[in-house]
Design a protein around this ligand. Structure first.
Ligand SMILES: Nc1ncnc2c1ncn2[C@@H]1O[C@H](COP(=O)(O)OP(=O)(O)OP(=O)(O)O)[C@@H](O)[C@H]1O
Ligand SMILES: [Mg+2]
Length: 243
């Protein structure tokens, strides 16, 4: 199957003082619809920079990103913004919620930007929040929500518009084990049930078990690209000779 997003030879340098630091070194990358692709690597290895280049947030110095059949970085800036609005969902570590809005309003706001009427946006927002287990928190503001609940609002906001591409950058790092697992299950569901290509950056090794694919990056280079074998099939019955 054709990948949902594919990058070829992405490079990015940052200038710090008089020197340039090469953060992405000719990175090739792809991710498929219906799969949870994890990008793992140490702090500073270029994970967030890669996500930013893949999602139209940060222009790479060289290389190409083909996202949903478009040559992303050849589009004019306005079209890139529109592409993000129409097709991409984002979940970041800091939640990025508005302090003065309720959970329902946070999610509905994004839906209104995509062109839904107020009523339709609110209904869809309530549905998305219920899907992440927050049906009883629709009218709470961020201050009244726990860290795990805030992250779930951010996830509902990202999922409500049913993006074809979902980018998550360290979505579990502020959460305890249980909430972290829940977030991963929701990302998994976005891939399985909604067919999104989910690209999740983490350095949490516990999450590796949930991924369809794990890509390790170090010092701006892809080290390996693995498909973990999950232990979900029933254990084989061993027959001993003569049994
Ligand atoms: N705008 C910038 N200007 C200068 N240097 C930058 C900029 N953005 C990132 N860098 C540098 O690029 C390197 C990679 O940064 P990046 O944020 O991609 O790492 P990361 O793998 O996401 O790390 P972490 O796990 O800590 O989030 C870092 O050394 C960082 O200091
Ligand atoms: Mg990062």
């Amino acid at each position: 199957m054709k990948p949902a997003i594919q990058a070829h030879a992405l490079s990015k340098k940052f200038k710090t003082g008089r020197t340039f630091v090469e953060v992405l070194k000719s990175v090739d990358f792809d991710a498929a619809h219906g799969e949870l692709t994890m990008v793992m690597g140490p702090s500073g290895s270029g994970k967030s920079t890669l996500v930013a280049a893949l999602s139209g947030l940060l222009r790479p110095d060289t290389g190409q990103v083909t996202a949903l059949d478009r040559d992303l970085w050849s589009l004019p800036t306005g079209k890139i913004d529109k592409f993000r609005l129409d097709h991409c969902g984002f979940i970041f570590q800091g939640f990025n919620l508005f302090a003065s809005l309720t959970a329902l309003q946070q999610v509905a706001l994004v839906l209104k930007y995509t062109g839904l009427s107020g009523r339709a946006a609110r209904d869809k927002a309530a549905e998305a929040l219920t899907e992440v287990g927050l049906g009883h928190r629709l009218h709470y503001r961020p201050l009244q929500l726990s860290g795990g609940e805030k992250q779930r609002v951010a996830i509902a906001r990202a999922l409500a518009k049913e993006p074809r591409l979902l980018f998550a950058d360290e979505p579990t790092s502020a959460l305890d084990g249980e909430n972290g697992q829940l977030v991963i299950r929701l990302l998994h569901r976005a891939a399985r049930q909604h067919g999104a290509a989910v690209i999740c950056v983490t350095h949490d090794p516990r999450l590796e078990a949930h991924a369809d694919r794990v890509i390790h990056i170090e010092d701006g280079r892809i080290l390996d690209d693995l498909r973990p074998v999950h232990d979900t099939a029933p254990a084989p019955v061993l027959m001993s000779a003569g049994a």
